[in-house]
Design a protein around this ligand. Structure first.
Ligand SMILES: Cc1cc2nc3c(=O)[nH]c(=O)nc-3n(C[C@H](O)[C@H](O)[C@H](O)COP(=O)(O)OP(=O)(O)OC[C@H]3O[C@@H](n4cnc5c(N)ncnc54)[C@H](O)[C@@H]3O)c2cc1C
Length: 480
């Protein structure tokens, strides 16, 4: 996403751009599987901060090349020990209705919590998130300009912040779920990221794309074609030749040389420095010591029946949230009680499944390959999730399955060069954000730049769009 978006920004400003992609099709983690008559989105299933996409289209002077639809409810949440399904409405009154018995003053609490999350968002988005920093010093000076009332949240976890605001276990768990979208748990994510609660409930919400998320990629690739941007697929960059502080050319796995006045890397910013540039600071041992997001076990199921009882976006949680979240990154045994997300792409996109059929996408957060390198048990785990899901929706889906594809963290690692299969790249810990994250300009080669999840600002589609603007600014300034 970061690479495609920057390519379009540059091409629209008259630069001659060419893209080299390792895989058979564009999109990276935002990808698509077409199999047995079904269409599946492979990674992202919705996005937030739609205004970033609008700004991107405006910057490129185009109509946004895909249509998006607001989600309301945002998603549903179901606990294994509670027959009630929670609908996460954006309307706080409607949302509060569902907590009437367990947290009677939910509306006031949520309003207060969102006011704080909103202040965090508004005080950091332009200053910190959408900014290039040339040095750690410049970054720290900028941080000092952030409203000092936010200082205490630097020392709290997401969970602690939520716990200060809500007393029922259901509200605490539901409101803190969004921390999982950053690839860690609410217990090891900083409270500053409660700003995400504001983006989901208040500011803008979540959005689906008509026809599936991959329409974003298809739309941008079409725009790139109009600008004569050539994309060469099935070509992995594996080596380089440099002269002093300039990268002369990159070498691909077929022995081809690629050179340009400026080179932008969209492969993971830490992994590329390690695998291709072979930098000491990013040796494999040092990469392993960095803080990475969890892995994902994703699977794509085609059913020969419809599931009218299941909503579009759904979370299925167990009864041991704290224990689960505290163990998930380390202890593979936690998988015996998997928590998972189910997306029914064909619910509103009928063309994504044959008539009378349903296209399901399951995401289960799991340890990355550092903690669980062996996935021989993948079918057993998937079967256990399918059995749990069948129980929760009161329909055995196993006999209805006519298409089944599983991506373990090994697939994610090998397909997209993600370190140890870490789904979202580097975590967003204090020492891995802002100027402490691998920078979007190279330490050594003055003509090399980076874009994407493991450079600034971080993971997620809107962040990739912001990252593309930051990278564009660097490249444009360099080439001017
Ligand atoms: C399971 C899952 C669910 C997600 N859900 C959501 C969601 O609902 N909403 C959301 O906003 N975000 C979601 N995300 C996060 C989102 O997908 C990512 O943050 C975003 O897509 C990352 O984009 P990127 O620019 O870093 O590029 P990447 O997706 O990492 O793409 C990089 C590209 O570079 C190519 N490449 C890498 N190395 C080389 C090389 N050496 N030579 C040539 N090519 C190379 C890769 O093949 C790839 O095409 C999800 C991620 C996952 C894994």
């Amino acid at each position: 996403m970061g690479g495609l978006a920057t390519a379009l920004r540059l091409a629209k400003k008259g630069f001659n751009v060419e893209i080299i992609e390792k895989n058979v099709q564009a999109g990276g983690r935002l990808n698509q599987i077409k199999k047995d008559g079904f269409t599946f989105d492979t990674g992202p299933s919705f996005f937030s901060m739609s205004f970033e996409f609008k700004e991107f289209a405006k910057d490129c002077n185009i109509e946004l090349p895909f249509k998006y639809i607001e989600l309301d409810p945002l998603y549903t949440v179901n606990f294994s020990d509670n027959p009630k399904t929670f609908f996460l409405y954006k309307d706080i009154k409607k949302l509060a209705e569902q907590f009437k018995v367990i947290e009677p003053d939910f509306e006031e609490k949520m309003t207060k919590y969102l006011a704080k999350s909103g202040a965090l968002f508004n005080d950091t988005v332009d200053l910190v998130i959408k900014n290039n920093f040339d040095s750690i010093f410049a970054y720290i000076i900028t941080l000092m300009r952030v409203n000092p009332t936010h200082l205490p949240v630097l020392f709290r976890s997401f969970w602690q912040q939520v716990k200060r605001n809500f007393s029922s276990k259901e509200a605490q768990q539901i409101i803190s779920l969004v921390a999982f979208f950053l690839g860690r748990t609410p217990f090891d994510t900083m409270a500053i990221y409660t700003l995400l609660s504001y983006t989901e409930f208040k500011h803008d919400g979540y959005f689906n794309v008509e026809g599936g998320m991959y329409k974003i990629v298809e739309g941008i690739v079409d725009e790139l074609k109009k600008e004569n941007v050539k994309i060469t697929y099935n070509t992995e960059i594996v080596d380089f030749v440099s002269k002093e502080n300039k990268l002369e050319y990159l070498l691909d796995s077929n022995g081809n040389k690629w050179n340009a006045d400026a080179i932008l890397i969209n492969g993971d910013a830490a992994v590329f420095r390690s695998k291709v540039f072979k930098r000491e600071k990013y040796s494999l041992a040092k990469l392993d010591k960095m803080n990475w997001t969890m892995g994902y076990l994703t699977f794509y199921i085609g059913l020969k029946c419809k599931l009218p009882q299941v909503n579009h976006h759904n979370y299925y949680l167990g009864a041991n949230y704290e224990e689960y979240a505290n163990n998930i990154l380390q202890n593979p045994d936690t998988l015996q009680k998997p928590y998972y997300y189910v997306n029914v792409l064909s619910k509103y996109n009928l063309e994504c499944a044959p008539e009378g059929c349903e296209s399901l996408f399951f995401v289960c957060p799991v340890p990355n390959l550092l903690n669980k390198p062996n996935w021989d048990d993948k079918d057993k785990i998937v079967d256990s999730i399918i059995a749990d899901f069948s129980k929760r929706i009161d329909k055995d889906i196993a006999p209805e399955i006519i298409s089944r594809t599983i991506y373990t963290p090994i697939v994610w690692q090998n397909q997209f060069n993600l370190h140890r299969g870490s789904g979202l790249g580097l975590s967003h810990t204090m020492n891995q954000i802002g100027a402490f994250r691998p920078s979007n300009f190279d330490e050594k080669f003055k003509n090399v730049f980076y874009v994407g999840a493991s450079t600034i600002p971080g993971a997620g589609l809107p962040m990739a769009i912001i990252s593309s603007k930051l990278a564009y600014n660097r490249v444009e300034k360099f080439l001017k």
